[in-house]
Design a protein around this ligand. Structure first.
Ligand SMILES: NC(=O)c1ccc[n+]([C@@H]2O[C@H](COP(=O)([O-])OP(=O)(O)OC[C@H]3O[C@@H](n4cnc5c(N)ncnc54)[C@H](OP(=O)(O)O)[C@@H]3O)[C@@H](O)[C@H]2O)c1
Length: 283
């Protein structure tokens, strides 16, 4: 990747901008709207929200207020855990469209594979949701469909009934957490890996080795993390509500990490904690 307009190509040929603007924990108020407006003005064209984040409408308002052309944005939202069934997938998708102020989304993901509410029949619930998503995809109302937090056994179960393979798996990938087995398995099925929490949800800034790398390259710790993510072939989704950080997080195309430093960062196992087990999360 050489600049912020670079893209990954999904299995169906759809192009996805190589850095996405994360929105988890971004408040659903003026701060949220201003964050998305700052991101659009800084040059982000890819926005990652979710039904569960409660801030899809910030995207709509920011589009209205900046006047950006909808077709120049790549918008992702995600099916929440309470909506795993054919009918609820359909109805919650319509609600998402309304909040986002658009008649299509670029990418729709199943947020978690095994919600507590469906734990005794998650395979069937996912199969039903996926069928609904395939229909919406075939109608042109979603440009690409995918999954999030899926491990190999969840992918296998989905593929038993899927007509269309997922094009993306969005998982936690950050310094010290590379989830190689899931990455390799997802890639073998043709998926792009989106890296959530690329800054360890803000915990990375106290890690001494990252401070040293920041000095070595004369770049911020956030920039080192995002660059690392791109050099690993992931698609990072940094989140911020702070305009200067939002801009900083896109300026990662004028330097390259040495291979030994890429490996050093992967080796910081657990430095910002490890991901939750999707089969036992309490939601
Ligand atoms: N699919 C899933 O289950 C899932 C789970 C988690 C996350 N995600 C996605 O991944 C996105 C990113 O992950 P995340 O929200 O966990 O957090 P993150 O991007 O790893 O870290 C965000 C934190 O870092 C701070 N920050 C951002 N840029 C900075 C900079 N340049 N310098 C210093 N501090 C900086 C932010 O502060 P301020 O905002 O205060 O500036 C915030 O506290 C989410 O927003 C969401 O879109 C998906």
């Amino acid at each position: 990747m050489t600049n912020q307009n670079d893209v990954y190509k999904l299995a169906n040929g759809v192009e996805i901008p190589c850095i996405g603007f994360g929105m988890w924990q971004t408040p659903d108020d003026e701060t949220g709207v201003n964050a998305v407006k700052s991101a659009i003005r800084a040059g982000y064209t890819h926005i990652d929200t979710a039904q569960a984040y409660g801030n899809e409408d910030c995207v709509r308002i920011a589009i209205e207020e900046t006047g950006v052309d909808r077709k120049d944005l790549f918008i992702t939202t995600k099916l929440w855990n309470s909506n795993h069934s054919y009918d609820l997938t359909m109805s919650s998708f319509e609600e998402s469209l309304k909040k986002l102020g658009t008649d299509y989304v670029d990418l729709f993901l199943i947020h978690w594979p095994n919600p507590a509410a469906f734990r005794d029949h998650w395979q069937k619930a996912n199969a039903e949701s996926w069928k609904a998503m395939e229909e919406l995809y075939e109608e042109g109302r979603i440009r690409a469909i995918g999954i999030s937090n899926f491990r190999p056994h969840h992918i296998d179960a989905l593929l038993e009934t899927a007509k269309i393979k997922p094009m993306v798996n969005q998982i936690r990938l950050c310094p010290g957490e590379t989830q190689d087995e899931i990455v390799d398995y997802s890639r073998a099925q043709g998926m792009i890996l989106e890296a959530y929490s690329p800054l360890g949800t803000g915990k990375i800034f106290d890690v001494p080795q990252m401070k040293e790398l920041s000095q070595k390259y004369d770049r911020s710790i956030a920039q080192i993390c995002i660059r690392w993510s791109l050099q690993r072939g992931y698609l990072p989704l940094p989140k911020s509500v702070t305009p200067s950080r939002i801009e900083e997080n896109l300026k990662v195309f004028d330097f390259e990490l040495e291979e030994s430093d890429v490996r050093l960062i992967e080796g910081l196992t657990g430095c910002v904690g490890l991901s939750s087990n999707p089969d036992s999360v309490p939601f």
